[in-house]
Design a protein around this ligand. Structure first.
Ligand SMILES: CC(C)(COP(=O)(O)OP(=O)(O)OC[C@H]1O[C@@H](n2cnc3c(N)ncnc32)[C@H](O)[C@@H]1OP(=O)(O)O)[C@@H](O)C(=O)NCCC(=O)NCCSC(=O)C(=O)O
Length: 429
C-alpha cells in the first residue's frame, strides 16, 4: 500500500491525525477515525508498536505480523521516528505543525519526559487537538498509574458486577476498558474538531480515562446501586436477596433491565447451545401460551409475580426450549415477537449471514503476508465510510512519503534526517 489514496469525500476527509497510540486502546480509536476518512499517520518508535510482535503466529516456519496489530491498524500509514534524537524531533515538530490531531496512550508523563508537554505542543500548533488515553486521566490520586484492560474493568466497577454471584469477580469478554475507551476518545476528538471549526480554529485537550469509560459503560449498574441504597427490594433479578445490600452483586445472566431475561439451554446442549431471551411484559401472555401454560397464569403473568417466581418461570421455559435447537427457538419466538437471540460462538458469528451482509466480518486485501479478515466498521454513514479497507502498514513503510508529502521536506532534507538517525535507533555500542 505504498501510495495510499486518501478519500476526499468522507466525513473526516481532510483531517490529519498524528497517531502515537499503541497496543489496543489507542489504535482501535484511530482506526475508527481512519475508516471515517481521516489521514491517520501511525507514528512509531523505531522498535514499532509492541503488538506487531505480541501474539504473533507462525506460517510455514515464518513469524507473521500479529492479527492483534493487523486488526487494529488498517487504513493507516506508518512512520518510525526516534524521538530521543534531534533529527527525530525535527520530523515530529514539523508533523505537529501539519496535523490537526495528535493522539497518544502512553503511560503517564511520557510525552512530557520526551520534551513535549501540552503547552509546547500548543505553542507549535495552536489549532492542535491533543487527545490522550490514560488509565486514570491526568489528575487525581491515580494519575501516575499505568493501566491495562482488566485493571480498568476492576477499578471501574465492571468486574464486581460480572459473573456468578457465588464465584469470583469476572472480566468481560468485551474489552470495554481499551476498545470502549477508544470509542469515547474518538467522540471527544470529533467534538473538538467541530468546536475548532466554529471557534476560530482553536484547539483543545481531550482526555479519556479508562476507569471513567468503564464507569460510563456500567452506568445502569450504578442505577441499581442507587436503587439498592434507596431500599428498593424488587431487584428480584439478582439471584440472592438484595434487600439491605449496599453494593450491586454479580448477576450472572440476569438482564439488568426492566424486564427479566436469561440464557436458556437448548438441544443439543453444547457449550453455546443457549438462547438469550427477554420476557418483555406485553408478550408474556403469548410466551406463556407457547410454552403450554395459561396466558393469565397468576404465578407468571403479573410482572411482580413473575419477578418473584422467576426461577420457576425459567424452568418452564427450559422445559420447552430443550426440545429445539437455539436457531429453532429463535425463529419461533421472533415469529411471536418475543425478543430472543441465539448465543453465537466466534465461529458462528463470523459465518452469520446478517453479520456478513453488514460487512462486520470483512476481508482486507493486499497485505504482503496475504489477505486477512477483520471486524468491520460498526458505524455506518449514508455518505459512506471509506470504500476500501487498506491493510495495516509495514513498520516505517511511509517514512519517505510522509517526510516529503506531509512535512514538506525535500529529498536532500530526507537524506540528511535519515543520516542523522531520525527514523532509527542508534547502533548498539
Ligand atoms: C500500556 C502501558 C501500560 C504500556 O507501558 P510501557 O510499555 O511502559 O509504555 P509507556 O507508554 O509507558 O512508555 C513508552 C516508552 O517508549 C518511549 N517512546 C515512545 N515513543 C517513542 C519514540 N517515537 N521514540 C523514542 N522513544 C519512544 C517513551 O519515551 C517511553 O519511555 P520512558 O519515558 O523512558 O518511559 C502504558 O502505555 C499505559 O499505561 N498507557 C495508558 C493506558 C492504556 O492505554 N492502556 C491500554 C493498554 S492496552 C491493553 O490493555 C491491552 O492491549 O490489553
Amino acid at each position: 500500500m505504498g501510495n495510499y489514496p486518501l478519500p476526499t469525500d468522507k466525513a473526516l476527509s481532510g483531517v490529519r491525525v498524528l497517531d502515537m497510540t499503541h497496543v489496543q486502546a489507542g489504535p482501535t480509536s484511530s482506526q475508527l477515525l481512519a475508516w471515517l476518512g481521516a489521514d491517520v499517520i501511525k507514528f512509531e518508535a523505531p522498535t514499532g508498536d509492541i503488538t506487531r510482535q505480541q501474539l504473533a503466529h507462525v506460517v510455514d516456519g515464518k513469524r507473521q505480523e500479529s492479527f492483534y496489530f493487523k486488526m487494529l491498524n488498517a487504513n493507516k500509514r506508518s512512520i518510525t521516528v526516534n524521538m530521543k534524537s534531534k533529527a527525530g524531533q525535527e520530523v515530529f515538530e514539523q508533523l505537529i505543525r501539519k496535523c490537526d490531531v495528535i493522539m497518544d496512550n502512553f503511560g503517564p508523563g511520557v510525552l512530557t519526559r520526551l520534551g513535549y508537554p501540552d503547552e509546547k505542543l500548543q505553542e507549535l500548533n495552536p489549532g492542535l487537538v491533543i487527545a490522550s488515553i490514560k488509565g486514570f486521566g491526568s489528575s487525581g490520586p491515580y494519575s501516575d498509574y499505568k493501566a491495562y484492560e482488566p485493571i480498568a474493568q476492576a477499578m471501574g466497577g465492571s468486574m464486581s458486577v460480572t459473573g456468578d454471584p457465588n464465584g469470583p469477580p469476572t472480566i468481560s469478554g468485551a474489552f470495554i476498558g481499551d476498545s470502549g475507551t477508544g470509542v469515547h476518545l474518538a467522540l471527544g476528538i470529533v467534538a473538538a474538531i467541530y468546536h475548532r471549526t466554529h471557534n476560530g480554529g482553536k484547539g483543545q485537550i481531550v482526555e479519556a480515562a479508562m476507569q471513567d469509560s468503564v464507569m460510563n459503560l456500567c452506568r445502569v449498574k450504578f442505577r441499581d446501586h442507587l436503587r439498592l441504597l434507596g431500599g428498593t427490594a424488587e431487584l428480584a433479578e439478582y439471584g440472592p436477596p438484595t434487600l439491605g445490600l449496599t453494593y450491586v452483586p454479580r448477576a450472572l445472566n440476569d438482564s439488568g433491565g426492566g424486564h427479566i431475561g436469561n440464557a436458556i439451554p437448548c438441544k443439543p446442549f453444547g457449550p453455546n447451545d443457549y438462547i438469550y431471551m427477554v420476557a418483555q411484559a406485553p408478550v408474556v401472555p403469548v410466551l406463556l401460551k407457547e410454552i403450554g401454560l395459561e396466558p393469565d397464569d397468576e404465578r407468571f403473568a403479573p410482572a411482580a409475580a413473575r419477578n418473584k417466581n422467576q426461577h420457576e418461570f425459567w424452568k418452564y421455559v427450559s422445559e420447552y426450549t430443550k426440545n429445539y435447537t437455539k436457531q429453532e427457538v429463535t425463529a419461533r419466538f421472533n415469529e411471536l415477537d418475543i425478543p430472543c437471540g441465539p448465543v453465537l460462538s466466534t465461529e458462528e458469528v463470523v459465518a452469520d449471514p446478517h453479520v456478513l451482509h453488514r460487512e462486520m466480518w470483512t476481508k482486507i486485501e493486499g497485505h504482503p503476508e496475504g489477505d486477512y479478515y477483520t471486524v468491520g466498521m460498526p458505524v455506518k454513514l449514508s455518505l459512506g465510510e471509506v470504500d476500501k479497507k487498506y491493510p495495516s502498514p509495514g513498520l516505517g513503510e511511509h517514512n519517505e512519503q510522509i517526510t516529503k508529502d506531509v512535512c514538506g521536506f525535500s529529498e536532500a532534507d530526507f537524506n540528511r534526517l535519515k543520516e542523522a538517525g531520525a527514523y532509527t535507533l542508534p547502533p548498539k555500542k
